[in-house]
Design a protein around this ligand. Structure first.
Ligand SMILES: [Ca+2]
Ligand SMILES: [Ca+2]
Length: 257
């Protein structure tokens, strides 16, 4: 387990972190593909190539519709609160990154530091998003190495997918999630459900509970190659191995082939 890496906050601005804009280089091409997909399909719902507060509202609203929550539902309120925190943390990350990369060398006084606080983070670009994930994934080896607001993501998606609330993700629940939430094309759906569910449960060897889903989600974030169960978390990545000889690697070291 690698050392815990805390969320970068404003007090980190004193560091001369000019490499901040280059953090995406820590991601493999397949990780870039996954995080780009996450940005495009899950977060940038109005497709203006920017992540804004309106996108977060749209995502929460989509979850509400999927789960048939009403406005007063406790779960809906909880998910809303979590996403609010998620978005604020995301802005914090980007603010730190922008400030560190653009102005770290120039900050000499409190007045200048306060100006940095006013950096506009209402629009987050794909590149900033990738730099953020590059920074977060760098040297991380499991979910516990990420800040809490990232660790909450699998919990939220698990809650969304587990419609009968029995604490297990059944194949039919995952199929509905792929079909209605992620919108996997109907021509691909059955193949992706069959292979995805098989890969994520290791052919039924693992109970698909929250702990195991968290493990697969970590593999989604950290898996550097197409081999591994994590790519099926949202179901629509490079599936060229589906028709190849069965191969699933669970260890990061095994994936560097
Ligand atoms: Ca947008
Ligand atoms: Ca269930």
């Amino acid at each position: 387990m690698s050392t815990f890496r805390p969320v970068i906050r404003m007090n980190s601005l004193v560091e001369n972190d000019t490499a901040a804009a280059e953090y995406h280089k820590h991601l493999s091409p397949f990780q870039m593909e996954k995080f780009t997909y996450m940005f495009d399909s899950l977060f940038d719902l109005d497709k203006n190539l920017l992540l804004e507060e309106a996108d977060i509202h749209a995502l929460v609203s989509k979850m509400k519709t999927y789960c048939k929550w009403d406005d007063n539902d406790e779960k809906y309120q909880y998910i809303k609160d979590v996403h609010k925190v998620f978005y604020e943390c995301l802005q914090d990350q980007v603010r730190s990154e922008k400030a560190a990369s653009a102005q770290a060398e120039e900050i000499k006084t409190w007045e200048e530091a306060l100006k940095v606080k006013k950096i506009d983070v209402s629009q987050i670009t794909l590149r900033q998003w990738l730099n953020m994930w590059g920074r977060l994934c760098y040297r991380a080896s499991g979910l516990n190495d990420f800040p809490i607001w990232v660790q909450l993501l699998p919990k939220i998606f698990f809650e969304i997918i587990d419609q009968d609330k029995d604490g297990i993700l059944e194949k039919s629940e995952y199929e509905r999630f792929y079909r209605e939430f992620v919108a996997v094309p109907s021509t691909e759906l059955q193949k992706v459900v069959d292979e995805g569910y098989r890969a994520m449960t290791a052919d039924g060897e693992y109970t698909f509970d929250l702990e195991h889903y968290g493990f697969c989600f970590a593999n989604f974030l950290l898996g550097r190659s197409i081999y591994g169960p994590g790519k099926y978390i949202f179901g629509v990545f490079d599936n060229s191995d589906i028709n190849q000889t069965f191969k699933v690697n669970y260890n990061e070291e095994d994936e560097e082939d």
